[in-house]
Design a protein around this ligand. Structure first.
Ligand SMILES: [Zn+2]
Length: 288
């Protein structure tokens, strides 16, 4: 799933390619992909794209006011696990099963929300640009993970009796981190994924705060290696995530992992869990 660094580079590249492009028409072949009715998709016709930005893990495409309405419109997109927002030189075939929302441009190109796999979970919604911040998906977000909020704010937000791994992925606590980058942040901070947020010492919160730079480093990496077009699969500069069994790049210990139903967390036992290899929850459930 695209997280803060991946969505940021996607938004930057789309912004560079789409700014000022004029919309010819828009449609939503994914029956459930459009989550709003007002303003309608038809309201985008004739508008210019004002720019593309990001909030948390969500790209936002903004459209200029039109001759009919002096209000800008924003398209808020949630990519979920398998969605991609991409621009193509040609229009999608009507049989393209990955197409969810299509914004056809007057110059022949097409901005396309696609989704791989059979599930339809990615979505988009149109809102008046001035209403983005009040939208429930945006209003409930915690501060952006990068640049990191001040340590005092991070301390306040993480002071909860919850494990760090799920808590840092909770967008209401801090926005932008998902299943891949949480492993990298915790490894960088040398903190156990199963540490309780409310147990953190000040010095540990400082470490967590300092570790958020891995998100900024990833954006810098993408700026270097990604051209005009963001590929379907980004070359993510991950050091520990899904590298179970490989040596820790910092201390050489063998990286361990705990598997959950839908995700896996990878960590360095020597540096993050005091030498303990944590029980695999998948196995322990079976053995119960
Ligand atoms: Zn290590």
């Amino acid at each position: 799933m695209p997280e803060l660094p991946e969505v940021e580079i996607t938004a930057r590249r789309l912004d560079a390619r789409l700014r000022d492009a004029e919309v010819e028409s828009a449609m939503s072949p994914g029956m459930v992909a459009l989550k709003s009715v007002d303003p309608p998709l038809a309201a985008l016709a004739g508008r210019q794209i004002a720019g593309v930005c990001r909030v948390g893990k969500m790209p936002i495409v903004e459209f200029e006011a039109s001759s009919d309405s002096d209000e800008r419109i924003a398209m808020l997109v949630h990519l979920m696990s398998a969605g991609r927002l991409q621009v193509f030189d040609k229009r999608a075939s009507l049989r393209d099963r990955t197409a969810r929302v299509l914004v056809r441009l007057a110059d022949g190109r097409e901005l396309r929300l696609r989704e791989f796999g059979t599930k339809q979970r990615a979505w988009a919604k149109l809102v008046p640009a001035g209403a983005v911040e009040a939208d429930e998906m945006v209003a409930t977000l915690g501060p952006e993970a990068w640049p990191a909020p001040p340590p005092e704010e991070l301390a306040r937000r993480t002071a909860q009796p919850r494990h760090l791994h799920p808590m840092l992925r909770d967008q209401r606590v801090i926005a932008g981190i998902g299943r891949s980058w949480v492993d990298e942040v915790l490894w960088e901070a040398a903190l156990s994924p199963f540490r309780q947020g409310s147990d953190l010492e000040d010095e540990e919160v400082e470490r967590l705060h300092g570790a958020m730079h891995v998100l900024g480093d990833a954006i810098d990496h993408y700026e270097e290696v990604i051209g005009d077009v963001v590929p379907d699969k980004l070359p993510m500069p991950l050091k520990v995530h899904r590298r179970e069994g490989e040596p820790c790049p910092r201390c050489g210990a063998t990286l361990a992992a705990v598997h959950f139903a839908e995700h896996v967390t990878t960590y360095c036992p020597d540096e993050q869990t005091g030498g303990r290899v944590l029980k695999d929850r998948r196995l322990s459930r079976l053995l119960k």
